[in-house]
Design a protein around this ligand. Structure first.
Ligand SMILES: [Fe+2]
Length: 105
């Protein structure tokens, strides 16, 4: 298992890869349905921030598992899953920013 410094470096690298992978992607916010939310914006933001933290933790976990395996197939499949989790994290980050600016809901 990586030490704390290794995890921090890994997270910084992950964020850089996440931002690069999402450059030019479609806008998931355009698919939000109209209407009032069932919870207020502050509560929704807390929920979404928890979701974002979970996605980032998943990315870090997959990265650690990729590093731990010598098998190229395992590395490839986990890398694909990790990349999808990075997209989820980016979608959540953008949604949070939108809610914070008053653009959504
Ligand atoms: Fe996810």
């Amino acid at each position: 298992m990586a030490d704390k410094g290794g995890i921090d470096r890994g997270l910084r690298d992950m964020v850089a890869r996440m931002e690069a992978s999402m450059a030019g992607a479609g806008d998931p916010l355009s698919e939000l349905p109209p209407g009032a939310p069932s919870v207020g914006v502050p509560e929704m933001l807390r929920m979404l921030e928890a979701d974002l933290a979970d996605e980032i933790k998943a990315v870090a976990t997959y990265d650690a598992h990729i590093e731990s395996s010598p098998d190229p197939t395992v590395k490839s499949v986990l890398g694909h899953i990790r990349d999808e989790e990075m997209q989820h994290a980016e979608e959540l980050r953008r949604l949070i920013a939108s809610l914070q600016s008053g653009e959504a809901l």
